[in-house]
Design a protein around this ligand. Structure first.
Ligand code: FPP
Ligand code: MG
Length: 292
C-alpha cells in the first residue's frame, strides 16, 4: 500500500499552518516554505515513521501524521541550510534551484528556521489527543535535531579538524532515521527503545546507498550536484570499498536491519517496506551488479 497520499496530505496541512495562520505574513517567505517542501524527494523518513506506527497499531492516526510530517519538515529545513554558501554552496536541489538561489540567502535562512519551528508546533498541536505522546515526540525530535547527537551536531563535525567518523555518520544521517522508527513507535503509544537499532541500521544503509548514488549517477539523474563526496573530500563507502564492496556492505546492513525489527503485529509488512525502500534508493547500475 502506498503511503504517499497520506504523507502529502499531512505535509500540506503542516505548510498551511505555517503560511496562513496570521494575515499579513510576508508573501516571499510564505512561498519559500512551500517551495522547500514540494515536490518532495523520496519522503523516506515519513514513510518509515508511518510504517512503524502502522506496524504498532496506529491507534491515533493524527499523532502518527504529525510525527511523520514534523520529521520531514526538519529534514527539508536541514537541506535548505545545507545548500547555503556557508555549507555546501549547492545550486540545485530536487531538480530545481536551491532555495537560496530561488529566493536569496536571507529568505533561505528564514525558511529553514520557520520549518524547524513549524515542526515542533505540528507536534505540540496534537497534545489535546494525548499529552504524553505529544510531549515525548517533541523531546525526541529535539534530541535528534540539535546537540549533542542530532543533525546539527552531525553538521558541526564538518567544522572540526579531526572527524570522529562514526559519531559524524550517526548524527548527520543516522539521527533522523532513528527518529523515524522511534517517533513512529511513540506516536502509536509504544516504547521507542527497541526501535532504535532498526533506525540506526536503515540510516547506515541509506548512507551507503547515498554514496553509491553520488558516485554512479549524474547531476540530472540525481537532481542535485553529483560527485560531491570526492569534490568535498568527504568520507564515502565507495572510495573506501569500491562499488562492489559498497554494494556488499549495503546488502549486509539491510539483512541486519530486517533481522532487528522488534516483534509487533505488522512485522512482515515492515520487512517488506524496508526492502522496497532500499530498492528505490539504489541506482539501477548498482542493483544490476548486486543481482549478479
Ligand atoms: C545533507 O547532507 C545534509 C544533512 C543530512 C544535514 C544538514 C544539517 C544542517 C545543515 C544543520 C542544520 C539543521 C537544521 C535542522 C536546519 P549531504 O550534503 O551529504 O547531502 P546532499 O548531497 O543531499 O546535500
Ligand atoms: Mg549537501
Amino acid at each position: 500500500m502506498t503511503l504517499t497520499p497520506r504523507i502529502e496530505a499531512a505535509m500540506a496541512r503542516a505548510i498551511t499552518i505555517g503560511q496562513a495562520r496570521v494575515a499579513g505574513a510576508p508573501p516571499g517567505l510564505a512561498s519559500a516554505l512551500d517551495y522547500a517542501v514540494t515536490p518532495g524527494g523520496a519522503r523516506i523518513r515519513p514513510t518509515i515513521c508511518l510504517s512503524v506506527a502502522m506496524a504498532c497499531g496506529d491507534d491515533i492516526p493524527e499523532m502518527s501524521d504529525a510525527a511523520a510530517s514534523a520529521l520531514e519538515l526538519i529534514h527539508c529545513a536541514s537541506l535548505v541550510h545545507d545548500d547555503m554558501p556557508c555549507f555546501d554552496d549547492a545550486d540545485l536541489r530536487r531538480g530545481k534551484p536551491a532555495v537560496h538561489k530561488a529566493y536569496g540567502e536571507p529568505l533561505a535562512l528564514l525558511t529553514g528556521d520557520s520549518l524547524i519551528v513549524l515542526a515542533f508546533e505540528v507536534l505540540a498541536r496534537e497534545a489535546h489527543r494525548d499529552p504524553r505522546r505529544s510531549a515525548d515526540l517533541v523531546v525526541h525530535l529535539a534530541q535528534r535535531t540539535g546537540m549533542p547527537g542530532g543533525i546539527c551536531a552531525g553538521q558541526g563535525w564538518e567544522s572540526e579538524e579531526k572527524i570522529d567518523l562514526r559519531a559524524y555518520h550517526m548524527a548527520k544521517t543516522g539521527a533522523l532515521f532513528m527518529a523515524a522508527t522511534q517517533m513512529g513507535a511513540i506516536a502509536a503509544g509504544q516504547d521507542p527503545e527497541p526501535w532504535e537499532e532498526l533506525g540506526a541500521r536503515i540510516g547506515e544503509a541509506f548512507q551507503v546507498a547515498d554514496d553509491l548514488r553520488d558516485a554512479l549517477l549524474d547531476t540530472e539523474a540525481l537532481g542535485k550536484p553529483a560527485a560531491q563526496d570526492v569534490a568535498h573530500g568527504r568520507p564515502s563507502a565507495v572510495t573506501e570499498l569500491g562499488v562492489d564492496g559498497a554494494i556488499r556492505r549495503l546488502k549486509d546492513i539491510l539483512s541486519g536491519a530486517i533481522a532487528s525489527i522488534p516483534s509487533c503485529p505488522g512485522e512482515a509488512a515492515l520487512a517488506q517496506m524496508v526492502n522496497k525502500t532500499a530498492e528505490r534508493l539504489v541506482p539501477t547500475q548498482a542493483a544490476a551488479r548486486a543481482a549478479r
